[in-house]
Design a protein around this ligand. Structure first.
Ligand SMILES: [Zn+2]
Length: 302
């Protein structure tokens, strides 16, 4: 029997997904995820809510994913949308280093541009500079409107700051931005949303046209209409459309691993072993179970 494919979803907001999603992801072969800090659907009004949010990405969410055999890493950053509340942004940027250098943090992110304002640019510059000084990876969010200009600006600033392009991941690319991103030497990530924007069909064409080097597929699944199985589903479609197995493995597993393992925070060997699930474990006395018998096993068979 050939080994079941394994997948890395390097952009998903696990905090807004259910345990059913985690079970389905593990069953579909998703072995590892990265949860970048983002906004939460409505603007936060106090520093404490950021503190608690960052803590949950490092603690409870990491534990919760592991309870279903999914290795969880995170990225810490001040998102572009909330960078526009400058008073609060200053406070958040001040406490950021307390979280960004902790175990399990593989990048500064997701940061970048939303409306492409001067306040967003200031927050981006400061965070890219922090990442440069600490030799970290940066995960860049690109705007939904004016995407091309947002990405060009993000790339230009990183270059001006002397940030190494091999540690720069530009996310939410599409056909109009992929060439700029690749030409700059950065990793080009693509978010596959169901029904809209970048779909699996378009991703297949991009891999055919540009080849698999430095391309990364992710779900960016969050509290909106999105699909936590985007990565395995896109891989299935690539297989159907005749893209070879090695290329599929690059864009749905290895490239994300190579990009983010530069952080030194990913134990690659542990990730290649079968996941261990032990639901008798607790996190600060809390369990994910509600009276069910705990699972203790070696995750999903290979
Ligand atoms: Zn996101």
């Amino acid at each position: 029997m050939t080994q079941k494919p394994r997948y890395f979803d390097p952009h998903i907001h696990v905090t807004s997904r259910t345990t059913d999603d985690l079970e389905r992801m593990a069953a579909a072969g998703v072995r590892a995820v990265i949860e970048p800090a983002f906004w939460v659907g409505q603007p936060r009004t106090a520093l404490g809510t950021f503190v608690d949010y960052f803590s949950s990405l490092l603690g409870w969410e990491r534990f919760r994913a592991a309870q279903f055999g999914v290795a969880h890493f995170c990225a810490i950053g001040l998102n572009s949308k909330e960078a526009n509340n400058e008073a609060l942004a200053r406070e958040v940027l001040e406490i950021l280093p307390r979280f960004a250098l902790k175990e399990g943090v593989v990048a500064i992110g997701e940061i970048g541009f939303d409306e492409i304002t001067p306040a967003e640019e200031r927050a981006y510059v400061q965070q890219v500079e922090f990442a440069r000084q600490n030799e970290m990876v940066v995960m860049v969010h690109s705007p939904h409107r004016d995407k091309k200009r947002g990405i060009q600006r993000s790339l230009a600033i990183a270059r001006e700051l002397g940030f190494p392009s091999q540690r720069l991941v530009i996310d939410h690319n599409n056909e109009e931005t992929v060439e700029d991103t690749l030409a700059a030497g950065a990793w080009a990530a693509f978010t596959i949303y169901p029904h809209t924007k970048m779909g699996s069909e378009r991703m297949v064409e991009i891999v055919k046209k540009y080849g698999p080097e430095r391309l990364i597929v992710d779900s960016s699944a969050d509290w909106g209409v999105s699909d936590p199985l985007s990565v395995p589903r896109t891989a299935d479609l690539m297989r159907e459309r005749g893209i070879d197995a090695a290329a599929i493995e690059l864009v749905t597993w290895q490239n994300a691993l190579d990009a983010y393992a530069q952080s030194g925070q990913i134990d690659v060997e542990a990730l290649l072993a079968r996941p261990q699930v032990d639901q008798t474990r607790l996190f600060a006395d809390n369990s994910v179970l509600r009276g069910q018998a705990p699972r203790v096993d070696q995750g999903v068979p290979n």
